[in-house]
Design a protein around this ligand. Structure first.
Ligand code: PLP
Length: 406
């Protein structure tokens, strides 16, 4: 492969690292989360915001992110699994909370007992009703219609009967149809026509439900890209995940251009720095060899930490320069080539210097998008796959006193 060139101006290694400096960490800026919630709430208004905190808040930590999002004005929380929602309740979070991805093994009784709203695409209805009977408490249900994504949700053919059955159970006091929702397939590509088709199908499903007497508190369709690009999809509630974390869903549009601030910085410190001869092979397979005498920096993060093994060439910023990773990414470590005789030509040893894989992109720093490009994936996956071996550290946990509270 050909490697990108290093970019940036070398800066002296600071004497002291930031307060959160430690071997490795994913630093989560909760003020960035709160800023993003306030921004998305303003964009969505008068619709409300559901902060989607599934998958441990896309790797950012579900409980602290959920608390920050609620404090900044999100009214709802969303998870995929009931078990994820239960963990939020166990942490004392009482906001309205929806879980939408179930299996016959899902614990609907626990959801009903904890006041967790459940999505229902069809087969779940009997289980939800059984749980409500067992708990002697009506279930809170959001009926889901498949408007084109082809995952869960009732087809429009099955919608009529799902709505009818749900309303019979509502009349018996076993459940309340709190919401009606669907999910978009291509909202990140605003020029594509299918979003219009999905919107039309959603309106049709809403009309059918209304005819059947459903009076939902919330109708919801939009994800982050639709929240940002399609006001006509906002309805009563928008379900935002990616934007909450300050990342852009659109190819070629930066978070900054969308008014968002990336919340996660993944960083570590250089664990070895040495001069080598020309032709030194680097990492398993020896797929990279130094072109001339050079200095190698060892970065102690690898695929066990969630760095994609395929992402050779991804940038690591050390002392103001973004260096591409050279050679294979291993389980625990990867290597950057600091260039000709960096150390013996009088440059400082970079042992212990902070090494940033990605952060908010300020000052030319690397971003999750850079790593997504290197790995052939999207920014969602880059942040979400950072593994539990990388401790999460929270900064700006408390809102500054001058922050506008909702
Ligand atoms: C993950 C998810 C979302 C959030 O999508 P983003 O693009 O991250 O905003 C919304 N709704 C459903 C059903 C989801 O699964």
């Amino acid at each position: 492969m050909t490697y990108p060139a290093a970019t940036g101006d070398f800066r002296p290694v600071p004497e002291s690292l930031p307060a959160y400096a430690e071997e490795r960490s994913a630093v989560i800026d909760l003020e960035a989360i709160r800023h993003n919630v306030r921004h998305l709430a303003a964009v969505a208004s008068p619709a409300r915001v559901m902060a989607v905190v599934k998958a441990d808040a896309y790797g950012h930590g579900a409980v602290p992110v959920a608390r920050a999002a609620i404090s900044a004005g999100a009214h709802w929380l969303g998870t995929a699994h009931i078990s994820e929602a239960l963990a939020l309740r166990a942490a004392g979070i009482e906001a309205p909370l929806l879980a939408w991805l179930h299996t016959p093994e899902s614990n609907f009784a626990a959801a009903v007992a904890a006041g967790i709203d459940v999505g229902c695409s069809g087969w779940e209805l009997e289980r939800i009703v059984a749980a409500a009977r067992e708990q002697e408490r009506p279930a809170r249900v959001h009926l889901k219609v498949d408007t084109g994504l082809g995952r869960n949700g009732a087809t429009l053919d099955a919608w009529d009967s799902l709505v009818g059955e749900a309303m019979e159970y509502q009349d018996q006091g076993l459940l309340r149809v709190v919401g009606i929702f669907s999910h978009l397939a291509v909202a990140d590509e605003p020029e594509r026509p299918e979003t219009d088709d999905q919107l039309a199908a959603f309106r049709e499903a809403l009309a059918i439900a209304q005819d059947a007497g459903v009076d939902p508190e919330v109708r919801h369709l939009a994800n982050t890209p639709a929240t940002l690009s399609r006001p006509d999809t906002h309805f009563d509630l928008v379900r935002v995940g990616l934007g909450l974390y300050g990342l852009s869903p659109f190819e070629g549009q930066s978070p900054d251009e969308l008014g968002l601030r990336p919340a996660m910085t993944v960083r570590t410190v250089v664990s070895h720095c040495k001069d080598v001869q020309a032709g030194q092979g680097v990492s398993y397979g020896l797929n990279y060899r130094t072109g001339s005498a050079s200095t190698l920096g060892l970065i102690p993060l690898g695929y066990a930490d969630g760095v994609p093994r395929i992402a050779t060439g991804g940038p690591v910023r050390v002392s103001g320069v973004n260096y591409p990773v050279v050679g294979r990414i291993a389980m625990d470590q990867m290597v950057i080539d600091l260039g000709p005789l960096h150390v013996s030509a009088g440059g400082p040893s970079l042992l212990g210097a902070e090494a940033v894989l990605f952060g908010n992109g300020g000052d030319g720093g690397p971003t999750a998008e850079d790593w997504a490009r290197a790995a052939g994936t999207n920014n969602y996956e880059i942040v979400t796959r950072i593994s539990p071996r990388v401790p999460r550290r929270y900064i700006n946990e408390e809102p500054a006193s001058d922050e506008n509270r909702p």
